[in-house]
Design a protein around this ligand. Structure first.
Ligand code: COA
Length: 260
């Protein structure tokens, strides 16, 4: 296990900490693979009753590592990122997330598959897929319009402009906003996690399954559909220009990119 993820289990709560702060916790292919493995272990291990996903007080995640997009593009449904998303979307036990600072791309969309989300008041959510020449993933093209309403989801996904913790709270994406230092210690999230860990697991699992089963198949189908569109766009000129611009620390120029 690399040091980009820290995993700790205590008193029924498994905490996964994103720990690649020098790169703003951007997800690499290796991190997705490790996350999928960790979710698999947590799913079957009776020592895990609740899962907590957390980042740093300054940053939750800058989303997918852009260099990895260039060198290891997720070309099919079985790419590590999509395996991780399926594992998270189907994880049977309660999942909490604690989010401080930027939560970009998958750093926001993965939250749609968490049961409880706590945010530091410095949290900034952004879905800049279009700005990168890409489309949404994690079934966010389905779940975000359901959660925010179509027009606010369109604003988030088409414009890709960040929105802050209070707006996320109002939209229902997060349960509660806290001072970042509290969120960093995850006092609230872990207090909630420990409350959940003390509850009967079979009842929690059944309740979560019942809340989700109405559209579980649709969510998985949408993750697959998005994966196809995402893979195709990743090879396109707009994504190539966006990634080159990011690496060269300049603004992208999409003027030569056509509709298809
Ligand atoms: N992939 C790879 N490296 C990334 C990264 C990403 N998604 N996000 C940040 N980094 C790296 C930067 O290149 C920089 O590396 P360097 O120190 O070697 O130059 C380092 O992390 C710090 O990033 P920086 O941009 O200087 O931090 P910041 O505090 O000014 O801004 C963000 C933080 C998250 C707002 C900004 O880094 C950002 O917008 N990142 C890209 C987000 C993105 O588009 N993700 C893809 C979503 S699909």
């Amino acid at each position: 296990m690399s040091q980009d993820l820290l995993i700790h289990t205590e008193a029924g709560v498994t905490t996964i900490t994103l720990h690649r702060v020098d790169k703003k916790n951007a997800f690499t292919q290796a991190m997705y693979t490790q996350l999928t493995q960790a979710l698999g272990v947590a799913e079957s291990d009776p020592a895990t009753r609740v899962l907590v996903l957390q980042g740093d007080v300054t940053v939750f995640s800058a989303g997918n590592d852009i260099g990895d997009f260039l060198h290891h593009p997720p070309t099919g449904e079985d790419a590590p990122v999509f395996q991780f998303l399926r594992a998270l979307a189907t994880f049977s036990k309660p999942v909490l997330a604690a989010v401080c600072g930027p939560a970009v791309g998958i750093g926001t969309t993965l939250l749609l598959h968490c049961d409880l989300v706590y945010a530091g008041d410095n949290a900034a959510f952004a879905l800049p897929f279009v700005n990168l020449g890409l489309c949404p993933e994690a079934a966010s093209s389905l779940l975000l319009p359901q959660m925010l309403g179509y027009h606010r989801a369109a604003e988030a996904l088409l414009l890709g402009e960040p929105f802050m913790a209070e707006a996320a709270l109002e939209a229902g994406l997060v349960n509660r906003v806290l001072p970042p230092t509290e969120c960093n210690a995850y006092a609230q999230a872990q207090a909630q996690a420990h409350k959940l860990a003390a509850k009967p697991l079979a009842a929690l699992v059944a309740t979560k399954r019942l809340m989700k089963q109405g559209q579980q198949a649709t969510v998985l189908e949408r993750i697959a559909q998005e994966a196809h569109a995402f893979g195709a766009l990743l090879q396109g000129p707009a994504a190539k220009e966006a990634f080159a611009a990011f690496m060269e620390k300049r603004r992208p120029d999409f003027s030569a990119c056509q509709a298809s």
